[in-house]
Design a protein around this ligand. Sequence first.
Ligand code: ATP
Ligand code: ATP
Ligand code: MG
Ligand code: MG
Ligand code: MG
Ligand code: MG
Ligand code: MG
Length: 266
Amino acid sequence: MANSKYAYVRNFELPDSLLPGTFMLFRLDGHSFHRFSDQHEFKKPNDVRALELMDHAAKDVMTEYPDIVLAFGESDEFSFLLRKSTTLYNRRESKIVSTLTSLFTSSFVFNWPKYFPDTPLQYLPSFDGRIVLYPEEKYIRDYFAWRQADTHINNLYNTTFWALVQEGGQTTTEAHATLRGTFSKEKHEILFSRFGINYNQLDARFRKGSVLFREENMTKYRSLFSQISSEELVATDTTLIESDKALEDTMAGSEASPTKGETRKA
Ligand code: ATP
Ligand code: ATP
Ligand code: MG
Ligand code: MG
Ligand code: MG
Ligand code: MG
Ligand code: MG
């Protein structure tokens, strides 16, 4: 072959296959969505159109890859759990990460006009992706509890923050100052006494994120998420996990400020 003297460069490509017999947890996250959400005038704290578009893209990924058994989404991120025994792309990490991330991204862009008919895309959104391996189901359970606690912490903070700004007339700097050092209970109190908002009655999607199951996996994987009724699962396909109590327990002691979210803005 004419190019065989060049073919040796192929040997610089290193194998990157992932350890067999471990759960693959694939997470993607919108790149600079703080800016993206501003530029596209997302409703704050939660733009339901954007969340539904994320769910749509995640469903497309799950449809294309049967080895994904479960997905959890919040804000600009989605996590996907792959079967321990998956042999997808011979478990090559960069092949899996890049292909799934790009499929999600193209679905997000392709379906954008269905969710934002009056808001043309101003520029090209992108997502980062990574895979973490977990050897046991215990870690999978804790992983999803961690992401869902993050949803809760950020949403409680953001909901209170935006109430102070949008209804309380505070500047963003003032609202951050008001919330600095506050605990969960005090945020609930601000929402209720100053704005008449009962946090626990807000859309559960905002408080707990969304979960995509395959029906055939429901029984097997619902044990990861304690208090979920099978009617909910069948009815919506996108459903909710854990009780507020379980969430509060998970987050105990980590409540002073959100891990991310609107804090970066001031
Ligand atoms: P993999 O997922 O492993 O990359 P693949 O089917 O994409 O599998 P490649 O080795 O990447 O395989 O080859 C891409 C193939 O796509 C080419 O062999 C060719 O058949 C087709 N192709 C790509 N671009 C063009 C093009 N511009 N015109 C015609 N055919 C094309
Ligand atoms: P990075 O590139 O490091 O991920 P980022 O700006 O995307 O930076 P994130 O921590 O991922 O930061 O946070 C995403 C941000 O996008 C949120 O803080 C929020 O401002 C915004 N955002 C994402 N989804 C929504 C939504 N559905 N409604 C309102 N705002 C959203
Ligand atoms: Mg980030
Ligand atoms: Mg992001
Ligand atoms: Mg994010
Ligand atoms: Mg090619
Ligand atoms: Mg190719």
